[in-house]
Design a protein around this ligand. Structure first.
Ligand SMILES: *Cc1c(COP(=O)(O)O)cnc(C)c1O
Length: 421
């Protein structure tokens, strides 16, 4: 059984909280950088390997700057995500635009930035051509349908709204070729939070076999394949991290068998992971406001599901550490809650923890992906700050907490003055 550790002590967090009040998410720069280097090292032998960080997981430009510095590109799927990439100087083919149900303006912005456009449907070929023109390089997203079993979060591929069918890909690339597109990419994303490394190798085999068929049938070379994201992280202490080197070895084998042996033009191999890159290196830090004993024992925090909605949304496990009580026995069973008027606003249910008192500080682990990013304002909840723990121990506020003024900002309060009901 593994353990879940923290990159800070209770005393350090008390000092940080004196400057930046709880709740906040704090990200560990060293952890993020070391992990990025592990991924790059594992895929070192894979042709043209590059990770495009899925911006939706942690859309903060300070973090994007760090990842750019580590050699990552950005995987974007909305106008604001494209603007975030641009803000930190990630442009051109360092951006993968993997969108769906895409508005014309977003294709136009992606084209303006020179991003690699990853089409979600065969009907998007004329749509893109009409609204933004066809670029030199076009990627298409494959949905394998009922031939593969999806996992819990992403569901069965045939139920998923994403991607082309196999037949549509053949037709789509023919059309693209006829229209003068020069370079081609092939993408799929069929897993989310998957911990079995073999799944990613199977995906690579599936995609490379398809690439061989497409190359031959359509008479085109592929510039890149993108294996998508979806590498999982060990949310529970019992789980183990996905071994990147195992995935890389398997991908490399499949590549040699299918591309090299067949004498095909060698495509670059891309990933677009979000969760695995930053997830484990974020912590939602909150203070205990109330401890309440009714039919159960409840610990009420100053954070809520507006700060981290994965437990409420998916019943996801997030480990909870009570700072300074790491070594105390877990003698109590608590529901750890937020303040939202929704009974699913619980970070943990029936969780064994040490005895908790008002004023204790808790860290909720693995909030570094799909954490702050999924925040919302329902119930007038204001999104928390985001802090960065630098490698030298310095703490930088990389996003301040929202205030009521932020919440009211989109209202026309002048018009309200004169509005007669
Ligand atoms: C969400 C998403 C990702 C990243 O998924 P993770 O599970 O965070 O790795 C990558 N690509 C696309 C198209 C996505 O929608």
């Amino acid at each position: 059984m593994g353990t879940k550790t923290l990159p800070f002590t209770r005393e350090q967090i008390r000092e940080i909280a004196a400057r930046f009040p709880t709740p906040f998410h704090i990200y560990d720069e060293r952890g993020i950088r070391e992990n990025a280097r592990r991924l790059q090292a594992a895929f070192g032998n894979v042709h043209g390997f590059k990770e495009y960080f899925a911006v939706k997981a942690l859309p903060n430009p300070f973090v994007l700057k760090i990842l750019k510095d580590e050699g990552f590109g950005a995987d974007c799927s909305s106008l604001a995500e494209l603007l975030l990439a641009e803000m930190v100087g990630i442009t051109g083919e360092q951006i993968m635009f993997s969108s769906n149900d895409t508005p014309a303006v977003e294709y136009q912005k992606a084209r303006e930035l020179g991003a690699i456009i990853n089409l979600d449907d065969v009907s998007h070929i004329p749509f893109l051509e009409r609204h933004a023109g066809l670029p030199d390089l076009v990627c298409c997203r494959y949905n394998p349908g009922p031939t593969r079993v999806g996992n819990l979060i992403i569901g069965h591929p045939e139920e998923a709204k994403y991607g082309f069918t196999r037949e549509q890909l053949f037709a789509g690339y023919r059309t693209l070729k006829e229209k003068g597109v020069q370079r081609f990419g092939l993408h799929t994303m069929v897993a989310s939070n998957e911990l079995d490394y073999r799944y990613f190798i199977e995906t690579a085999v599936m995609l490379l076999e398809l690439l061989v068929d497409l190359s031959r049938a359509v008479g085109i070379d592929f510039d890149l394949i993108n294996l998508g994201g979806g590498i999982g992280i060990p949310y529970t202490p019992e789980q183990a991290p996905v071994p990147y080197d195992r995935i890389a070895e398997g991908v490399q084998h499949a590549y040699e068998d299918l591309i090299t042996q067949n004498g095909l033009h060698p495509p670059r191999v891309l990933l677009e992971c979000g969760r695995a890159i930053t997830g484990p290196y974020g912590y939602l830090v909150a203070e205990v406001l109330h401890v309440k004993h009714t039919y159960k024992d409840f610990v009420g925090l100053d954070a809520s599901m507006a700060d981290l909605m994965r437990p409420a949304l998916y019943g996801a496990y997030h480990h909870v550490t009570v700072l300074g009580k790491e070594d105390q026995p877990c003698t109590h069973i608590y529901d750890v809650t937020g303040s939202l008027c929704e009974n699913n606003d619980k970070f943990a249910i029936d969780r064994p923890l040490p005895e908790i008192e008002v004023g204790d500080i808790v860290a909720i682990h693995d909030s570094g992906a799909h954490g702050h990013a999924m925040g919302f304002n329902y119930n007038g909840k204001l999104r928390s700050a985001e802090l960065l723990l630098r490698e030298n121990g310095e703490v930088v506020q990389i996003r301040r907490a929202e205030t009521p003024d932020d919440y009211f900002r989109t209202l026309d309060l002048e018009a309200l003055e004169t509005f007669a009901p």
